[in-house]
Design a protein around this ligand. Sequence first.
Ligand SMILES: Cc1cc2nc3c(=O)[nH]c(=O)nc-3n(C[C@H](O)[C@H](O)[C@H](O)COP(=O)(O)O)c2cc1C
Length: 348
Amino acid sequence: MNLFTPFTLGSIQCQNRIGMAAMSRQRCDNKEMIPTQMMKQYYMQRCTAGFIITEGLPLSLDSIAQDGSSAIFNIKQADAWAQIVQELHTKGCKIIAQLWHCGRVTNKINNPLAPSAIKIKNSKYNQPKEMSIDDIQQVIKQYLECSKLIQYAGFDGIEIQASSGYLLDSFLKSSANKRNDNYGGSVQNRCRIILEIIDQLQTVFEPQKLGVKISPITRQYDSYDPNPKELYKYLLEQLNVRNIGFIEIRDDDYPENWLDFGYPSSKSDIANVFEFCRPLFKGCIIGNGKVTPEIGDELIKKHFCDAISFGRLFTSNPDLVDKIKNGDKLNEVDNSTLLSQGPKGYIY
Ligand SMILES: Cc1cc2nc3c(=O)[nH]c(=O)nc-3n(C[C@H](O)[C@H](O)[C@H](O)COP(=O)(O)O)c2cc1C
């Protein structure tokens, strides 16, 4: 078994085990947040992947981290996504929509939503407001409404972004969540919003087509938990109860993401995050986070992961799958065009 062995991600049949990770490339150049022809070209150029996870799609105008995002909260956006989905399907590539709420990681919104009114330490981001129960219910409803449009557009599945310091990660981790109602405090309470979202999405998509992205050791944007083992053990147990198809685990090799903000190293809590999660989750595991093709192959051979999602390598190597297959040299990542505008570093 290796990166090229076909497999089923939950119930999504994929031609290989190489996925493209979600990446907001900020190339959507219209205010309506409708995916453009250039974006379609971008995704099509990477269609040899077994599966593509879309850029994070904000749920609403209240959940946008940056300009240049596309979305799927109205029918016009969904119609444009449907064209991308259809074309990818003609090439045998599967596409999963990532639903994303930026939480407190934004400058575009005054008083953005967060579990608690805690600003990200030493950051330029706006002071958030603590979400009311109504706010929470509203966000859960937005996930449901978007999921109906995602189904209408023909996507193969949905990934909930619960990693990297954005809204749902900040609910999970106690440095950012100081609530004393049903959504804060105990591990059970901090996981509640994610599980309630999943319960709603299951009314639209079968659970095997749903996944969650997590980052147990990353404390990006100051979301940190001193007891990650207990937290993720409970979360994964609950995802099993709901028969969720997959999780994507973001590892982190950026020391600033596991040593920063004055917390102890999270690598000392969980040295190998894939090995830690494997026995806890019965669905598929997608490994992510500066995984090289060689490490990816090894993770699959050892059964720690079922598939690997590559982010940055796909930006500079649209033909990544063929290059790995042929053992060709990979192009270096061009950091200057990751989040720039226009076709440079985006389409080839
Ligand atoms: C330009 C850029 C944009 C990103 N946008 C998202 C996003 O929208 N949603 C998400 O979950 N992760 C996002 N990420 C993180 C990637 O999905 C991935 O977790 C990270 O880059 C580590 O994988 P890699 O080392 O293979 O790049 C982004 C990363 C980059 C470089």
